[in-house]
Design a protein around this ligand. Structure first.
Ligand code: SF4
Length: 429
């Protein structure tokens, strides 16, 4: 009987893209039966995340759940937590493999060396700085959009972030390896590719930059949209904005992490820009690109953040043409420099700042959506829920249409009618 294996992913788009690739290596091998997570499996692979404190708790909870529903399963923990918390992870019940980021893509061959190790195998070598290739195409037909990894790691060392330790220093994927996988993803039916990495604006391979990657992807027949997952403000090439002002497959959507709207906190965070520079850039992009959607990340409750500094952040976010926020409550990461900073804020204060920031995000998103009522847009539809097909415009508006037609993975013209909670209701045509 085939060994049954299931996969679970925590965290970011990059993790999702990597799980898709690892899963694909098992599909190509053909000797294992891949089952949905939660079904009975012999081996459960978890791609872990360490970005927030919850990441650690979530892993523990998931392992308990796996052991409850699948008591005989052998568990493999891959990725960021495996890289930096191997000792703790090996003590968790039924964990047989702890594989860091340098080797996680090789899990199939590691498994074949010993399918039932007596003691946990820990493989967490230092992550090399070399350019890299990816061993398979991350085809995942359960999702409409596919992630395409172009880069990994980061050299910025922001003081709150463990990623340079968990994922290593910045390195780029071989250019031809990206275009090869992208073409395969499009042939498999994906109409939208999301450019993914840790610090994608720093991409460099044989003098090629992120702009060259976008230009090459645009040449792929059948590909309709290219989206950038998130890009650091200081790495955005001027050509990128220029590109969005002309006919292009590149979505009019930028997610640019701000983190704080106060210069002193930004310095403590070791971010590389001032508020004035960030604001100038946002306004420039907003003025240049018609109907652009701009999103950002903000961390509330960084050590020493005063009420006044938080209000300054809030006011900037309120005034700037930013259309939604991803709000993160500051959490101490052991390897990050900020963990030694004094003046930690109380959990209650952090929760209160987080709540008002999330409320602001809701209001801003709603206002942005409302400004599109009566306009015509193109939507790439994803799935049908309770009679409504939902999908996204290129500028990241969630749209719902009630219809009997099957719209899965179709790019369709719609007319925006009214706001419904966190989406716009539209009609076809
Ligand atoms: S840019 Fe800063 S926050 Fe982003 S991964 Fe690098 S160190 Fe972390």
């Amino acid at each position: 009987m085939d060994t049954k294996i299931s996969f679970y992913t925590f965290g970011c788009r990059l993790n999702q893209s990597e799980t898709a690739v690892v899963t694909q290596t098992f599909k190509i091998d053909g000797k294992y039966k891949i089952v949905d997570f939660g079904k009975l499996a012999d081996i459960v692979v978890v791609n872990t995340c360490t970005v927030t404190e919850n990441g650690d708790t979530d892993t523990r909870r998931l392992i308990n759940k796996i052991n409850r529903i699948n008591p005989k399963a052998r568990i493999a923990l891959l990725g960021c937590q495996a890289q930096i918390q191997k000792n703790r992870l090996t003590t968790l019940p039924n964990v047989n493999w702890v594989i860091g980021n340098a080797r996680k893509m090789d899990f199939l061959s590691i498994l074949k060396e010993d399918e039932a190790p007596k003691i946990p195998r820990v493989i967490t070598p230092i992550i090399p700085r070399d350019t890299f290739k990816v061993p398979a195409n991350g085809i995942d037909t359960t999702h409409t959009r596919a992630n395409i990894k172009i880069q990994d790691g980061c050299d910025f060392f922001c003081s709150f972030c463990e990623i340079p330790y968990a994922r290593g220093r910045a390195r780029s994927r071989v250019f031809e390896d990206i275009t090869r996988e992208a073409a395969a993803l499009v042939t498999a039916g994906h109409k939208e590719l999301v450019i993914t990495g840790i610090n994608v604006g720093t991409y460099k391979n044989s003098q090629k930059t992120i702009i060259d990657v976008i230009n090459a992807l645009e040449q792929i027949n059948g590909l309709k949209r290219i989206r950038i997952s998130s890009i650091e403000p200081t790495t955005i090439p001027p050509k990128l904005i220029k590109k969005m002002t002309k006919p292009t497959k590149l979505c009019r959507h930028l997610h640019i992490p701000l983190q704080s709207g106060n210069d002193q906190i930004l310095r403590k965070m070791r971010r590389k820009y001032s508020i004035e520079e960030f604001g100038r850039f946002i306004l420039k992009a907003y003025d240049a690109v018609e109907q652009i959607c701009i999103g950002t990340d903000v961390i509330v409750g960084f050590p020493g953040e005063t009420e006044k500094q938080f209000q300054e952040t809030f006011e900037h976010l309120r005034q700037w043409p930013i259309h939604y926020l991803h709000v993160f409550s500051y959490s101490k990461r052991n390897m990050a420099k900020s963990h030694k900073l004094p003046e930690a804020l109380s959990p209650e204060k952090i929760a209160a700042r987080s709540a008002v920031s999330r409320e602001l995000s809701l209001k801003k998103r709603r206002a942005f959506y409302e400004s599109f009522i009566t306009t015509k847009q193109k939507v790439l539809f994803e799935q049908c829920k309770k009679g409504y097909w939902t999908g996204l415009t290129d500028n990241y508006i969630r749209v719902k249409v009630k219809t009997d037609q099957k719209l899965n993975n179709k790019l369709v013209n719609v007319k925006m009618k009214k706001l419904d909670n966190q989406a716009l209701i539209a009609t076809l045509g």
